[in-house]
Design a binder for this molecule. Sequence first.
Ligand SMILES: [Zn+2]
Length: 209
Amino acid sequence: MIHEVLPVGMLACNCSIFGDEHTREAIVIDPGDDVGRILELVAKHGLRVKAIVITHAHIDHIGGAAELKRATGAPVYMNGNDASLEATLAIQATWLGMPEPERVEIDATLAEGGTLRLGETEFQVLHTPGHTQGSISLWIPAEKKVVAGDTLFLGSIGRTDLPGGDARQILRSIHEKLLPLPEETVVIPGHGANTTIGQEKLFNYFLRG
Ligand SMILES: [Zn+2]
């Protein structure tokens, strides 16, 4: 499995590009910005984007989705509980002093238990609300990797003080959906460095008690 992590945009959102070596198909997760650079990496590996997945509807994760969809023709997937948040992209842009991004039409929703396939590899959808109501994580058992959006970070957890955030709910999501994954699972967070489930169980101050 090809896997590139590209920090995109002003807030350095980790955009993941997964590519299957045999089918040459790719799934792009969280194309927040810098679509030209994403497309360069896709082309470098000789891949064809078959799905665009949004972990949650914050501007730094979804801002480039319309442009990437136009360039690739790939459908865009997101959890339905973030539809109302997606409608506030213009307001989110104002908070950050950014130009308003183009709205993207969501083609299909991803809910708990849903799956996407890339070649032989299954991507399983975990609904992990708390940072936003529609936050999802993608668990890839064959790769022992989980793409966690802004739910779990190296030594930290997602903020819950923005509209749609819920501090108790994010802890429940992490304890019930992420920490039960194998300890060697690599966590690719929405921002910053990778970690593992085992490391966060031991050292993450926010998950104590
Ligand atoms: Zn976020």
